[in-house]
Design a protein around this ligand. Structure first.
Ligand code: DGL
Length: 271
């Protein structure tokens, strides 16, 4: 079991922010990453449909690819299906919502915080509940940002159009004078430059990627599932396999720009 890969999925490129953090923290681990680019975006879809997709992907990763742990590297899928995935599969299942909230509560000084995410995530109330469970000392502004994911999937991160949309969608967060903004969608770290321009340099952008990677390391350690580091790095460092349900050439081209050289090729998967 220790030699098995970690499984990770997202609607597309967003989960690569989490994959990058896990590769950097745990370079000895093998990873299988599935980007469901053929069916993105998840954000505007009904949550029960997103849950169905999440279970189908988890089945592929757990039952056919033999992953030893599953990371739901997509907030919308985590909001829709984290509990039901945990009920159904025997491997540990880690989401991105609680790790992000922990990091944000740690980052805020004034207690005025914001979270941005897809329509599905924000309307599910998952962040509102997670923040309430973590601390009674914070005032949360939760904003849906339809359109951001589509820009990222097209490889547009700081064009005039992204800027105009961000100005409009983030206006309530600026009015609330928040000091920390949690990126409650794994695609959003790629828009960081635009978000900082709009929010101002004093606002801390919090991404769940690093905190999720630390949680993966903690769970692997606790369950004695970690691949032994020294032997692995001397013999064979971890390998990441990338799978897309959409256009392979685009996944490889944009994915390499976003994640780095580890993404040299991707496999195609159809449902
Ligand atoms: N990265 C997904 C998330 O974290 C984006 C969902 C979408 O495809 O709209 O929510």
């Amino acid at each position: 079991m220790r030699e098995g890969p970690l499984g990770m999925f997202d609607s597309g490129f967003g989960g690569l922010t989490v994959a990058r953090a896990v590769i950097d923290l745990l370079p000895e681990e093998d990873i299988v990453y599935l980007g469901d680019t053929g069916r993105y975006p998840y954000g505007p879809r009904p949550l029960d449909e997103v849950a169905r997709f999440a279970h189908q992907i988890a089945e592929e990763l757990v039952e056919r690819r033999g992953v030893k742990l599953l990371v739901v590297a997509c907030n919308t899928a985590a909001a829709a299906a984290l509990d039901s995935l945990r009920d159904r599969f025997e491997v540990p299942v880690i989401g991105v919502i609680e790790p992000g909230v922990t990091a944000m509560v740690r980052a805020t000084v004034t207690g005025r915080v914001g979270v941005i995410g897809t329509v599905g995530t924000i309307n599910s109330g998952a962040y509102q509940r997670a923040v309430e469970a973590e601390s009674d000392d914070v005032d949360l502004v939760a904003l849906a940002c339809p359109g951001f994911v589509e820009f990222v999937e097209r490889g547009e991160f700081d064009t005039e159009q992204v800027h105009v949309l961000a100005q409009r969608l983030l206006a309530p967060a600026r009015e609330a004078k928040i000091d920390s903004l949690l990126l409650g969608c794994t695609h959003y770290p790629y828009l960081a430059r635009t978000l900082i321009d709009v929010m101002g340099r004093d606002v801390v952008l919090v991404s769940s990627a690093d905190e999720t990677a630390f949680e993966v390391r903690r769970v692997l350690g606790e369950l004695d599932l970690a691949r032994p580091r020294a032997a692995a790095l001397e013999g064979r460092p971890g390998v990441t396999t990338f799978i897309t349900t959409g256009d392979v050439n685009w996944f490889e081209e944009l994915g390499r720009r976003l994640l780095g050289p580890e993404l040299d090729r991707a496999e195609q998967h159809s449902w």
